[in-house]
Design a protein around this ligand. Structure first.
Ligand SMILES: Nc1ncnc2c1ncn2[C@@H]1O[C@H](COP(=O)(O)OP(=O)(O)OP(=O)(O)O)[C@@H](O)[C@H]1O
Length: 586
């Protein structure tokens, strides 16, 4: 990875002013160069007037050609300085925009990756992608335009207006009356532009969602013959997006010529009353230089002020995007990798009187108590929907618990997310493979060898036969692997990243019994010194486990397999039924 400029964390990231403050340095340079450039713009009309006057004087024999050349060269030198200022200003405005874009994305990214599972599930992925890319771009573009135009339009307008008032204040007032009209129209269109832009952004989010859904579920739709139906739905989203894009663009862009025409109406007055000034019958007395300077300055001002109206619209558009991303701009979460855990000794696990309940659900698991020592494999089983997976999820903080789960000398709920991840490795029901290679799925960014874990999960030989070995891409969600290969890749990932406690939820459901037994033997070796909670609805291996937690009717019985078989009818029935079924299969 390239070692770029460090990105700054933003205090009060939900306030737009914070991003301006963070870039105070570049903005100061923009201010200085912007003021010099825009005040220097007055040189144009001034020198144009002087040149016309000089030409008039040369024709009348009052001035020499050499004085005209000197005047022209002075004009050129001033223009050069002004243009250098312009280049400096542009450079720093661009730098401000680039830095702001990086800072905003940095904060947004941090906020997204630190969302809880529940929050992530509530977010609509297509809308999030639109916010993370298009809305940040629109927002930064609005900030860039605002920063540029505050000088290129604001300062220059004031400068031109000052010049016009200096030459003839009455005519300046009269001719400038048209400009506020253009602003009024732009202001009137504000709500419309906001509304159409917000609708356009929502539609972009829906289209992104439909695209992602269509791609990630392409095979499912193909199998069920629903491709045409989905394509029609996608087409409808696309059409909606196009229509809203056109509407948003129309209101934002097509008004410019109207603003121009309105602002330029004043030029007619300048020509009429300015000519009277030159003739000596107007409000003041002018030479040709004054007339030319006034007309030139007015034209430039009128064009600039019509751009200001467009600027309001651009800022409006940026505000729409800012409102969309603002709720996601949360205080930066610094990764907390501090820990007081003692990793030199494997911890004991002590679960006492634990109750679990999903928020908003009436279902619960009560009075669960069990313990485990390093090196032990504990089986967890029970009826369908008996709470096996829920118990596993309690160890990774997905479901709240009451009672006590002590890992070594610490209470589980008091551990930080980092500490929990160092202590507990969890393999869920689904393989949840990512769309990359087998090796990348297992390593998750680490670089150590994966050979040992591939061997443990009995995947080494199959991978050796693949043309690209462990670099084979698993496809979206692991689609290019068999179910058993997916399950074993996921198990390999958990073992590769294992802490002292392993929670394995049905790791063998997609493999045959022989492979299951081979993996189990390897697991025993690999898990020496670790605690393994083996959640399973299949009981073949349970006679070999150190202890069994049997979940029955919302509570748990913790014993050995042999004792449960003897003393618990429900467990015995479950086990014998499976053995009978298994023997038939074998
Ligand atoms: N995310 C959730 N939110 C609310 N309730 C849930 C959630 N996940 C599971 N449940 C409920 O918790 C109960 C136990 O489900 P759980 O998945 O733990 O059972 P299980 O024993 O693992 O089932 P199976 O053998 O079918 O895998 C069920 O009634 C289920 O509907």
């Amino acid at each position: 990875m390239s070692q770029g400029r460090p990105i700054k964390n933003v205090t009060n990231p939900d306030r737009i002013g914070s991003y301006f403050r963070l870039e105070a340095g570049p903005l100061l340079l923009v201010t200085v160069s912007g003021l010099l450039y825009n005040l220097g713009m007055l040189a144009g009309p001034y020198f144009e007037g002087q040149l016309v006057q000089r030409l008039f004087d040369i024709i009348n024999g009052n001035k020499t050609f050499a004085s005209m050349v000197t005047l022209a060269l002075t004009y050129l030198a001033v223009i050069l300085i002004v243009q250098v200022m312009r280049a400096i200003k542009r450079f720093y405005v661009r730098r401000f925009a680039n830095n702001t874009s990086r800072n905003m994305r940095h904060m947004l990214y941090n906020s997204l990756v630190n969302m809880s599972k529940v929050e992530l599930e509530q977010e609509d992925l297509g809308a999030v992608m639109t916010k993370a890319i298009a809305d940040v771009d629109a927002c930064v573009e609005g900030m860039r335009k605002f920063t540029t135009e505050i000088f290129d339009t604001g300062v220059v307008l004031v400068a031109y207006l000052g010049l016009l008032f200096f030459y003839d204040w009455r005519l300046a007032m009269l001719a400038s009356l048209f400009t506020p009209l253009a602003y009024l129209i732009a202001g009137g269109l504000k709500t419309r532009i906001t509304r159409y832009n917000a609708e356009y952004k929502k539609s972009a989010g829906r289209l992104n969602n439909a695209t992602m859904d269509r791609i990630s579920n392409a095979v499912t739709y193909r199998i069920y013959g629903r491709e045409q139906n989905r394509d029609q739905a996608y087409e409808a989203h696309l059409q909606d997006y196009e229509q809203r894009a056109v509407l948003a663009n129309l209101w934002e862009n097509t008004m410019q010529p109207l603003y121009n025409i309105i602002s330029m109406c004043g030029a007619v007055l300048v020509i009429y009353f300015g000519a009277r000034n030159v003739q000596g019958s107007g409000w003041t007395s002018w030479d040709i230089a004054a007339f030319t300077t006034f007309l030139s300055a007015f034209t430039k001002m009128a064009l600039k002020s019509s751009k200001a109206a467009k600027l309001f619209n651009a800022v409006q558009k940026a505000q729409v995007s800012w409102q969309r991303i603002k709720p996601l701009m949360k205080a930066y979460v610094v990764p907390n990798t501090n820990t007081t855990l003692d990793f030199s000794r494997p911890p004991q696990l002590e679960v006492t009187d634990v109750s679990l309940r999903w928020p908003g659900s009436t279902w619960s698991l009560n009075a669960i108590s069990f313990s485990a020592a390093p090196g032990q494999i504990i089986g967890v089983t029970g009826a369908v929907a008996g709470g096996k997976s829920t118990l596993g999820k309690a160890f990774i903080g997905e479901v709240p618990y009451q009672g006590s789960i002590r890992v070594g000398d610490r209470e589980l709920s008091e551990l930080s997310a980092y500490e929990r991840s160092r202590l507990i490795a969890y393999l869920g029901h689904e393989p949840e493979l990512m769309s990359c290679s087998i090796a990348e799925n297992i390593r998750l960014g680490k670089q150590e060898s994966i050979a040992a874990v591939l061997e443990t999960v009995c995947l080494d030989q199959e991978i050796a036969q693949m043309p690209q070995g462990a670099a084979t891409s698993v496809g979206s969600g692991g689609i290019r692997l068999s179910g058993g290969q997916q399950a074993r890749t996921a198990l390999a990932r958990t073992l590769y990243n294992a802490g002292p406690i392993l929670i394995l939820d049905d790791p063998f459901s997609a493999v045959d019994r022989r492979t299951e037994q081979a993996i189990f033997r390897n697991l025993r070796r690999l898990a020496k010194g670790k605690i393994v909670l083996l959640i399973s609805h299949r009981l073949y291996l349970f006679p070999d486990l150190d202890r069994v937690l049997f979940l029955d009717n919302g509570s748990g019985i913790f014993s050995t397999h042999a004792a449960l078989l003897k003393e618990n009818n429900a467990y015995a029935r479950l086990y014998r039924a499976q053995m009978a079924g298994g023997e038939q299969h074998d």
